[in-house]
Structure formats: structure tokens, C-alpha cells
Design a protein around this ligand. Structure first.
Ligand code: SF4
Length: 227
């Protein structure tokens, strides 16, 4: 969507439209979740047995971006829709793979997602964006090659370039009591966080897992009889 707007801004010669890009890519952070060491425990640790691939991303990228996870990392992936029945079927497909001792990439959300994805959209993205060498994720820290930015030839539309002298560049560290990194790696449950539901709740989120309604802490809060 952003790439289309950039293209239209160029075509229509709109001079006062700027973009502050914070788009991210999924496979790199999946590798990080598998490979990285947790900040709180000094040993190799994650408890991720499989992934549910996000359906909205996969509509554009195609399921091909997950090819390497069953092959190279021994983790099954099922690309799954967001509706409750979709999610339940995706989980069921993962469990079936374990029961049948399979490790594969499958698509539950076949009504929209295919292997190659939307090639026109991918071409637009590649025209206007390039990878950043590092992108800082809340809860996980810097993940190489996981962010996008506007290509230098489109710097006239880049708010980071235009306002580089006035934009605050200070990095804000995660709250020291937030254990989102552990939760994202399957190492802890939200209720193990000492400020879950007290200082940190959807109306006053402290970590990334509580900010969005898709986050694990927000879901635990909403469906854990706390409201
Ligand atoms: S409850 Fe809040 S502070 Fe605790 S892990 Fe979740 S997001 Fe972080």
C-alpha cells in the first residue's frame, strides 16, 4: 500500500507528502526467534516447535518466504488466517504434522494465499524499498535485514532524510521489567510478568506484547477474565 502511494506521489508530482517508513519483513525475525539467545537466560533457549504464518503478509509475499523453515530449521509452518476457525484449523494442521511425524510448509488460508504471492505488489515494493542492515524490534533488539526503507533515489519523499536534523534519534530501551522477549520465544507466559495487569494493561501498555490487540499479553488480558 505504501509503495502504491509513493508511486502516485511521484506520478502526480506531489511535493509535500513525506513517508516515515517502519515496514518490517517476517522471515528474518523468525530466524532470530529460533537462533537468538534470550536476554534473561544465559543458554540457548526457545520453545518454538512450529510457526503459524501470518496470512495478511503472506497474501503479498506468498508462502515461499517460509520454504526454509521446515527444510533448514526443522520447524513446520502453516500459513493461517485470522478468523477463529482459520486459527483453529491452522493449529490442528500443525498438530497433525507432529502426529504424522511430518515437517512441512502448508497453507490453511488457501482461499487467498498461494506459493508465489502477489508478484505485482512484490515488484512495486522492490522498486521503492530496500532492506535496512539493522532494524530494532521491541523485545528482541536489533535484527539484521528485517526492515525496509525508501531507496536513496526517492529521498525527496523520505521524512527521515528531510528531517534528519530535527527528528529525535534517541533509542528508547525496553522497560526492565518487561519480559516480551521471553514471551515471544515461548519461554514465559504473560502472567509471569510482574507488572502484567497492574502497571501494564491495554490502556497503559508498557511492552510491545500489550500495545497491539494481536499481542500475547493483550490477548491474555482480554480473554483472561481481567476486564
Ligand atoms: S505485561 Fe507488559 S511489561 Fe509485561 S511482558 Fe507483557 S507487555 Fe511486557
Amino acid at each position: 500500500m505504501t509503495a502504491v502511494v509513493v508511486e502516485q506521489a511521484i506520478k502526480q508530482k506531489i511535493p509535500n507528502l513525506l513517508f516515515h517508513i517502519n515496514h518490517v519483513t517476517v522471515p528474518e525475525v523468525m530466524v532470530e526467534l529460533i537462533d537468538s539467545r534470550d536476554v534473561h537466560v544465559d543458554s540457548y533457549n526457545n520453545q518454538i516447535d512450529a510457526f503459524l504464518g501470518p496470512s495478511h503478509v503472506s497474501v503479498i509475499s506468498g508462502s515461499k518466504i517460509y520454504d526454509k523453515f521446515p527444510k533448514d530449521y526443522g520447524r513446520p509452518v502453516v500459513v493461517t488466517g485470522f478468523e477463529p476457525v482459520d486459527a483453529m484449523e491452522g493449529i490442528s494442521m500443525i498438530i497433525k504434522q507432529f502426529v504424522e511425524k511430518r515437517c512441512e510448509l502448508e497453507v490453511q488460508y488457501k482461499r487467498v494465499v498461494n506459493h508465489d504471492g502477489n508478484l505485482k505488489a512484490q515488484a512495486l515494493i522492490n522498486t521503492y524499498f530496500e532492506k535496512t542492515s539493522l532494524f530494532k524490534w521491541r523485545g528482541l533488539g536489533n535484527v539484521p535485514d528485517s526492515g525496509l526503507r525508501l531507496r536513496p533515489e526517492f529521498a525527496a519523499f523520505d521524512a527521515e532524510v528531510k528531517y534528519k536534523d530535527v527528528l529525535p534519534m534517541a533509542e528508547i530501551e525496553d522497560h526492565k521489567l518487561c519480559i516480551c522477549g521471553d514471551i515471544l520465544r515461548g519461554m514465559a507466559k504473560p502472567k509471569e510478568c510482574t507488572i502484567f495487569g497492574s502497571a501494564c494493561k491495554p490502556s497503559t501498555p508498557i511492552g510491545s506484547c500489550m500495545v497491539s490487540s494481536e499481542g500475547a499479553c493483550a490477548a491474555y488480558y482480554k480473554y483472561g477474565n481481567l476486564i
